[in-house]
Design a protein around this ligand. Structure first.
Ligand SMILES: [Zn+2]
Length: 132
């Protein structure tokens, strides 16, 4: 959700760049949702842009419900949520696109991309694409 704290994240996402938190006290890079530094506990965080490259450390498959009124035999929707260790260090979660859980291995290389909702339907959100 966009607010004064998250606006820089969404502004970067709109420009196709991934932003993470950066501790102004010790320089450690932290996940976008971090509220304080995990190393030195400082709450003074700024934003830093990262490459968006990383490797998969874990994933979960979320199973949806078949929409009411779907034709017989419609498969339930699934989404794969990957936890990615960015090349710069922080971990971030995002949906895996253009691949399934069968394509994943621990350490699979991924790169961030941005899912852009229709105009007025929300902010761009980071997703991940396998690098093959
Ligand atoms: Zn720190």
């Amino acid at each position: 959700v966009r607010d004064a704290r998250t606006a820089p994240f969404f502004d970067a996402a709109a420009a196709g760049r991934l932003a993470v938190r950066s501790c102004t006290a010790c320089g450690r890079l932290l996940p976008p949702a971090a509220m304080a530094c995990s190393a030195c506990r400082s709450p003074a965080l700024s934003w830093a842009e990262v490459s968006g490259d990383g490797s998969v450390v874990s994933w979960i498959v979320m199973h949806g419900r078949v929409p009411t009124g779907s034709p017989e035999g419609t498969a339930a929707p699934t989404a794969v949520i990957v936890t990615v260790e960015l090349a710069e260090g922080p971990w971030i979660n995002g949906r895996l696109i253009d691949a399934t859980a069968d394509d994943l291995e621990l350490g699979s290389r991924v790169r961030v991309d941005f899912h852009r909702p229709a105009e007025g339907a929300g902010e761009p959100i980071p997703v991940f694409r396998l690098m093959r």
